[in-house]
Design a protein around this ligand. Structure first.
Ligand SMILES: Nc1ncnc2c1ncn2[C@@H]1O[C@H](COP(=O)(O)OP(=O)(O)OP(=O)(O)O)[C@@H](O)[C@H]1O
Ligand SMILES: [Mg+2]
Length: 350
């Protein structure tokens, strides 16, 4: 943890950021970390509803509803959690088709007409839309909620003297392999729309995504493949001029042996069996089978710890702030999620 913080900094590392994009290799914990980060960002307010964070998902998988044990989310902002100090986490499952209808409604007052068009199959949305347009609709809706001002009268922001509807927006984003293309809507729509509303929308989106308001965080495990994807992902993102955020190592396992023992245990001969036996004798466990089994376990643990250390070192090449979240033995329920959120705050991520 480069930015780590046993002594918590006065300001979190990303205090200027209002859009946190959470990516990472598939299955590394993007959805979990996005949820924990939203809780972490929502905490720390002084009065009920003081801080409000919106979590958005863009892949139609209802991962956020599952994470917060809520009913499937409609295309509508719903409150999914409240922090002990009254911060609120809201969630929205952004659907490209719904976003298009909303967009047509907003800009052309075509709402009902668009719905009729759809009913008659004139817009066979899923099959005919260009992927670039789909992405710009998803990122466009995200940027709309990032920029939405409280006095617009939409969403949950009534009755508060806040500037924006949401203090922060956290996106449970597509995986590392697709993230730069997904966010780089400019180049994606350049061949499709040179002028007109889609072009304007893409430009507005890029203004938010390339600004200091945005940070793209990478979730990884301390394993070779996700670490390599993280390194490649950072490089791609930076080459595209998009703002790289932090590295969040997820599912880190505790180290149970002191350093000198770890080195010894990882060597071919392993830990000194006589010494192990002597240590186990007082508790009546000096059985040769137990000793052998424990020595093997220690060797496995030590080798894994050393491999993980190599991966941690490789990640340092990103020169990004690093955070580390523990592997939760009991899986990720709300208690576990709160624990991860506290850990992110303690380390200065939020
Ligand atoms: N710190 C953790 N401790 C224990 N289990 C975890 C932790 N983080 C994530 N998990 C579990 O790992 C699995 C994958 O997590 P998650 O769904 O968040 O990953 P993802 O990157 O969003 O996956 P996908 O690519 O499928 O969207 C889930 O079962 C989740 O509960
Ligand atoms: Mg997910």
């Amino acid at each position: 943890m480069t930015n780590a913080a046993d002594a918590r900094q006065t300001k979190p590392d990303w205090s200027a950021v209002r859009l946190h994009v959470v990516t990472g290799k598939g299955g590394t914990g993007k959805t979990t970390v996005a949820g924990a980060l939203a809780l972490a960002l929502a905490a720390g307010g002084e009065r009920p509803g003081a801080r409000r964070v919106l979590l958005v998902e863009v892949e139609g998988r209802q991962g956020l509803a599952q994470l917060f044990e809520a009913a499937p989310l409609p295309y509508e902002e719903r409150r999914v959690a409240v922090t002990p100090d009254g911060g609120e986490v809201w969630a929205l499952a952004i659907d490209a088709e719904q976003a298009l209808l909303e967009y047509l409604d907003m800009f052309y007052k075509l709402g009902p007409a668009a719905r009729v068009l759809r009913r008659f199959g004139a817009i066979d949305f899923a099959t005919t839309i260009a992927p670039g347009i789909r992405d710009v609709l998803l990122t466009g809706k995200t940027c709309e909620v990032v920029r939405r001002r409280a006095e617009s009268g939409q969403g949950p922001g009534h009755g508060h003297d806040r500037v924006f509807d949401y203090d922060a927006v956290v996106m449970d984003a597509p995986p590392t392999g697709r993230i730069t293309r997904f966010l780089n809507v400019n180049s994606e729509v350049s061949g499709l729309a040179r002028v007109g509303p889609i072009r304007n929308q893409a430009d507005a989106v890029m203004r938010v995504l390339t600004s200091a308001q945005t940070a793209v965080h990478f979730v990884t495990l301390l394993e070779e493949m996700p670490v390599q994807e993280t390194l490649d992902g950072f490089a791609d993102l930076r080459a595209a001029g998009l703002p790289a955020g932090g590295v969040i190592v997820n599912q880190a396992r505790p180290i149970v042996l002191p350093e000198d023992r770890l080195k010894k245990a990882a060597q071919p001969g392993g830990l000194d069996q006589a010494e192990l036996e002597a240590g186990l004798a007082p508790v009546g466990l000096a059985d040769p089978e137990v000793v052998t089994a424990l020595a093997a376990l220690a060797a496995e643990h030590a080798q894994r710890v050393l491999l993980e250390a190599e991966q941690r070192e490789a990640l340092a090449a990103t020169e990004a702030p690093m955070y580390e979240l523990p592997l939760l033995g009991d899986g990720v329920d709300r208690v576990g999620l709160d624990l991860l959120a506290r850990e992110l705050r303690r380390q200065g991520a939020a």
